[in-house]
Design a protein around this ligand. Structure first.
Ligand code: SF4
Ligand code: SF4
Length: 429
């Protein structure tokens, strides 16, 4: 994984931050000593990140590629069970109906949400619906330079491509080998009610997986329209950044196919590319931003050196944390102790040992809410920013004492969702 970090101005240390951190350190020390927890004092166990040579999630023998037709949004086009939910959700989300009017749902919040999604909606509107190569920023039929640049080896190629991707707007970038298992078996054309096999116009060798940080202040207001705006901003950026990275590869004489949500499952690709670890809420948890990222990817015929999948204790922590499940207004997140092969419905990818989210319940809440939601992301103790007391939490999360993290988050008031004051405060910044 690219370890290069955004260079940000060091934030000032407020008295409030200091007290929070001092309190956190005191609480951790006291609790750790009471519980005699290894890792708090054992420096060797701090930053316990493990790399894996193979994909770190178990697949069943009858594993099959996922068909995009079964994504809950697509079921809104063909499944009578989901169609009424989709109609309400679409009418509210596209601002055809007036917003509720309370903080987080005002006309101003709704306008910001529409503005954040604008580039996505004009340049790649079908990407979110799984349709590949649709829209000016997502087109694949773009010729590559006839002069092909030769890298000395795949390692050099990876280093250069990652540097370019970071410069072009990626918050994080990782690379994995092409693996057909994560490519959708079909995409669905809702206008002709047709399932079409996903095919690339060239033979991909590598996948560049890009994570884009979502705005912390917006996500904090979940499940309001300001949270939807934070997600929409990065949907818009997914189109632009993936298009720029594909253009870089094409200018060097290689073929490239950029994708948002379409074409392939982003979460397993991000795991394979070493960007983070699987979680209870179904999102990838990154070390830098937790689940507060959107993902896009670029398939290329350039051979790149792949990163290795990592784990840093997320799965173990998710077993006891459950904060996303407790915060989920749709009661859609599994509360099972262990990941399993159990599924809720056809919108889950069967054959993958994980915690599932009930997408039908989640989507019902989106329709009721009028925006999307993101309460799971906002509540997660891994959702941290680049401030020093948050960095301390992140470091702590990579020790075996991480089981205290939820306690500390709750004690300091982090990750509380549905707080209207946060939506009011958003506009005062
Ligand atoms: S987006 Fe909201 S409703 Fe859906 S799983 Fe997350 S918390 Fe639950
Ligand atoms: S909130 Fe807790 S249980 Fe849910 S994904 Fe984050 S760490 Fe895991």
């Amino acid at each position: 994984m690219d370890s290069e970090k955004n260079i940000k101005q060091k934030p000032g240390i407020s008295r409030r931050s200091f007290l929070k951190t001092a309190g956190a350190i005191g609480a951790v020390g006291a609790l750790a000593s009471m519980a005699n927890i290894p890792g708090v004092t054992d420096q060797k166990e701090v930053y316990a990140v493990t790399t894996h040579d193979t994909f770190p999630v178990e697949l069943s023998e009858d594993f099959k590629r996922f068909d995009f037709k079964n994504v809950v949004f697509m079921r809104g086009f063909w499944d009578p069970k989901i169609q009424p939910i989709a109609q309400v959700q679409q009418a509210k989300f596209s601002n055809q109906m007036p917003p509720a009017g309370n903080p987080g749902y005002t006309e101003i919040d709704a306008a910001l949400n529409q503005a954040a999604w604008a580039i996505h909606d004009s340049a790649s509107p079908k990407s979110a619906y799984g349709i590949p190569a649709a829209g000016p920023l997502m087109a694949w039929d773009v010729p590559s330079n006839s002069r092909k640049y030769t890298f000395s080896d795949p390692e050099e190629a990876s280093r250069i491509v990652k540097r370019a991707a970071r410069f072009l707007g990626a918050s994080l970038v990782g690379i994995c080998d092409y693996d057909e298992r994560w490519v959708y078996s079909h995409w669905y054309n809702p206008f002709e009610a047709q399932s079409i096999p996903v095919q690339f116009p060239f033979e991909p060798k590598s996948v560049i997986v890009i994570a884009l940080e979502m705005n912390y202040e917006g996500i904090k207001t979940a499940p309001s329209l300001l949270e939807s705006a934070a997600a929409g901003n990065e949907y818009s950026n997914m189109s632009g950044v993936s298009h720029k990275v594909a253009t870089f590869l094409r200018q060097l004489g290689y073929k490239a196919a950029n994708c948002g949500n379409d074409t392939a499952l982003s979460v397993p690709l991000a795991i394979a590319a070493g960007l983070g670890e699987m979680s209870r809420m179904g999102m990838v948890i990154t070390r830098e931003y937790g689940p507060r990222v959107r993902l896009c990817k670029v398939f290329t015929d350039l051979e790149l050196k792949a990163d290795k999948p990592i784990s840093f204790g997320v799965k173990e922590f998710c077993k006891s944390c459950l904060k996303c499940a407790d915060s989920c207004p749709g009661e859609a997140i599994s509360r099972d102790k262990e990941p399993s092969f159990d599924t809720y419905n056809i919108s889950n990818h069967a054959g993958v040992k994980k915690w599932c989210v009930d997408a039908e319940k989640c989507y019902q809440f989106w329709a009721d809410n009028g925006g999307d939601c993101g309460s799971c992301i906002a509540s997660c103790p891994y959702n941290k920013i680049d401030e020093w007391h948050h960095k301390l939490s992140r470091a702590f999360a990579e020790t075996p004492a991480r089981s205290l993290l939820r306690y500390l988050d709750d004690a300091f008031g982090y990750g509380k969702v549905g707080n209207e004051q946060l939506a009011i405060d958003f506009w005062k910044k």
